[in-house]
Design a protein around this ligand. Structure first.
Ligand code: SAH
Length: 235
């Protein structure tokens, strides 16, 4: 007879396979808009590797592998796996990439990035979430992720420039300090738009000469990027 931990791990792995089949379908369905018909093998492997159930509260962990956003406490949510996969694909992080994420939340997106990148710096404005995600990431052995509690609007100057910046909360425009902290040749993926409506997922590319090229990817619904003062970043 299998011992329970082994069979539980196997069950979770097969739930992740099913989750990724759903993500694959959604990518095909949205490919005309996003230009992404399928994930790079490394991104798909990262999504299959990260135990999403470890990042959600116990009361919703049976729904960890449903393709949906889920509550993580403090009125915050963990993003839908399809969106995490799409943003990760667009970010195109590689083994040498230094990544900045704004909006750690559960830590799940940071873990997916950590599977692919050299180092992930991630900033969360809610202290309890910053503490909890840091603990989960450490427990799972993600030694290449650093979680900071604070307002990510200003980026993380000390570790800049970043090859990839991912913002998982929506503001009215790309925060200027983040655009500055993006390395020439780098990519930033972020939702931009008004708080009360759908936002647009954007891919920003900075050329070697420093010029910014912006591509609209897909309408999305993110929670607002708030400022340390308690003010919402959006209109
Ligand atoms: N990436 C997360 C999803 C996070 S939801 C995950 O994988 O679970 C967006 C998160 O952004 C929330 O936790 C919210 O508290 C945080 N946030 C909002 N404004 C912020 C800011 N100015 N700086 C840092 N984090 C912020």
């Amino acid at each position: 007879m299998d011992d329970p931990p082994t069979s539980d791990a196997a069950a979770r792995a097969s739930e992740r396979e099913a989750m990724m089949r759903r993500v694959d379908e959604l990518l095909v369905e949205t490919a005309r808009e996003t230009g992404v018909a399928r994930l790079a093998p490394g991104v798909r492997a990262a999504m299959l590797a990260v135990p999403r159930h470890a990042f959600v509260p116990d009361d919703v962990s049976d729904r960890a592998y449903v393709d949906a956003a889920l509550p993580i406490g403090c009125h915050r949510t963990i993003s839908q796996p399809f969106i995490v996969a799409l943003m990760t694909e667009l970010a195109a992080a590689g083994p040498d990439s230094v990544v900045l994420e704004i909006g750690t939340g559960s830590g799940y997106q940071a873990a997916v990035l950590a599977e692919l990148a050299q180092h992930v710096y991630t900033i969360e404005i809610v202290p309890e979430l910053a503490r909890r995600s840091a603990a989960v990431l450490a427990e799972l052995g993600y030694a290449n992720v650093e979680v900071c509690h604070g307002d990510g609007f200003g980026g993380w100057e000390e570790h800049a420039p970043f090859d990839v910046i991912l913002v998982t909360a929506a503001g009215p425009e790309p925060p200027a300090p983040l655009v500055r902290q993006l390395r020439p040749g780098g990519r930033m993926v972020l939702p931009v738009g008004p708080r009360s409506q759908l936002q647009e997922l954007l891919l920003l590319r900075k050329s070697e000469a420093g010029a910014i090229e912006t591509e609209r990817v897909l309408p999305v619904a993110f929670i607002p990027l708030v400022r340390e003062s308690g003010e919402a970043g959006g209109p």
